[in-house]
Design a protein around this ligand. Structure first.
Ligand SMILES: Cc1ncc(COP(=O)(O)O)c(C=O)c1O
Length: 366
């Protein structure tokens, strides 16, 4: 069998290349390379898809998180609660705004932020909680929202990994003040290039983000505040218009593969993320844990399955955050995951026989 990579974008690209190239022609005709018509068309479609009033196209998911913090007037001296088990960019959004990320351990089964450990981290400086729909699975939004309401905190969704995921039947993207998305090429909805975005139901936030992403300007050459160049490119917008049409079918294929992994992998040595009833995941990643990660990894590789690791170092132990003074043992569940996680191949174009091979190999692991 040919090697099965953890992620392979070639199959998806083949499927949509012609349609995207046709739209690229139109971007060239209109010379709409930065923001403009195609980004606006994508924004309209994506807002509708997320059942949100507004969608704002941006340069990437990290700038989305940064602007979400700025739109909420979060800055120096403020604290924002985030899970320790996430991709580091969740924390960057907070730090880039000048605020301090305050980490909370994950639940040992769902691997998402542990709602029972949030309140002990709230201080007079806390302004918001960023919940992360990790690996494509919505966190328990109602529980976290109840804490936000009780303590007058903003809720922001980091939905970078979860385009199309549903919480209690509703698509993610409009549960908090804002939701931040990444359209990095490898995401479930990935641009041909770097891109990101924010959805919100709040007109004031939408206007502020529109200004901040465009040099603090709503009227050309008039700058109301110090702004950024965080616009989405026209080619990226055009590629997303095409790919959004396929997102549900790609997500459903991921769900079908995940269903097979969940029901057919029968090996006590392998643990998987618990799937609560409220969450309809889009399985951006399929992460498992096992006691001897190196041994399992070598075994998979010998059997032509190439794993990946999301993420090998939890946020609080990253060198970049050494100044916060955390140490090993502070967040044991996140640290366990970091030391034991392995991501299995997961993308819509995986073939049934490849999925069967992966399952059979894992079931024989001793
Ligand atoms: C959870 C999470 N948040 C934020 C980001 C940042 O997105 P980007 O890479 O587009 O800046 C990513 C993706 O990389 C992510 O996985």
């Amino acid at each position: 069998m040919e090697k099965i990579p953890c992620l392979d974008l070639k199959g998806q690209n083949q499927q949509v290349k012609e349609e995207i190239f046709e739209l690229f022609e139109k971007v060239f005709e209109k010379t709409a390379f930065s923001g403009g018509y195609f980004v606006e068309e994508f924004e309209k479609s994506f807002a509708g898809y997320c059942e949100s009033n507004y969608a704002l196209g941006l340069s990437n998911g990290t700038t989305a998180l940064h602007l979400a913090m700025l739109a909420l007037e979060i800055g120096e001296g403020d604290e924002v609660i985030i899970p320790a088990n996430t991709f580091i960019a969740t924390a960057w959004g907070v730090s880039h705004a000048g605020a301090t990320p305050v980490f909370v351990d994950c639940n040992p089964d769902t691997w998402e932020i542990d709602a029972t450990k949030i309140e002990e981290k709230i201080t007079s400086k806390t302004k918001a909680i960023i919940g992360v729909h990790l690996y494509g699975q919505p966190f328990d939004i109602d529980r976290v929202k109840a804490i936000c309401d009780k303590h007058h905190l903003f809720l922001v969704e980091d939905a970078a990994q979860a385009q199309g995921a549903r919480y209690k039947g509703k698509t993610v993207g409009s549960f908090g003040e804002m939701a931040c998305f990444s359209f990095y090429p490898g995401k479930n909805l990935g641009a041909c290039g770097e891109a990101g975005g924010i959805t919100t139901n709040n007109e004031a936030y939408a206007n502020r983000i529109q200004s901040l992403r465009n040099h603090g300007s709503m009227v050309r050459y008039f700058h109301d505040e110090i702004g950024y160049n965080y616009r989405m490119g026209g080619l990226e917008g055009a590629s997303l218009i095409v790919k959004l049409k396929y997102l549900d079918s790609w997500n459903n294929r991921r769900r079908a593969i995940a269903k097979r992994y969940l029901s057919e992998i029968k090996n006590d040595k392998i643990k998987m993320q618990t799937q609560p009833d409220f969450a309809d995941s889009v399985f951006h990643l399929f992460v498992v844990t096992t006691e001897n990660k190196d041994d399992f990894c070598q075994y998979l590789t010998e059997n032509d399955i190439i794993p990946a690791f999301h993420y090998p170092v939890p946020c609080h132990l990253q060198k970049a955050y050494a100044h916060l003074g955390h140490k090993a043992g502070d967040f044991p569940n996140s640290e366990y995951l970091a030391a034991h996680c392995i991501s299995l191949p997961m993308y819509a174009e995986l073939l049934d026989n490849q999925v069967s091979h992966i399952i059979a190999v894992i079931n024989k692991y001793e």
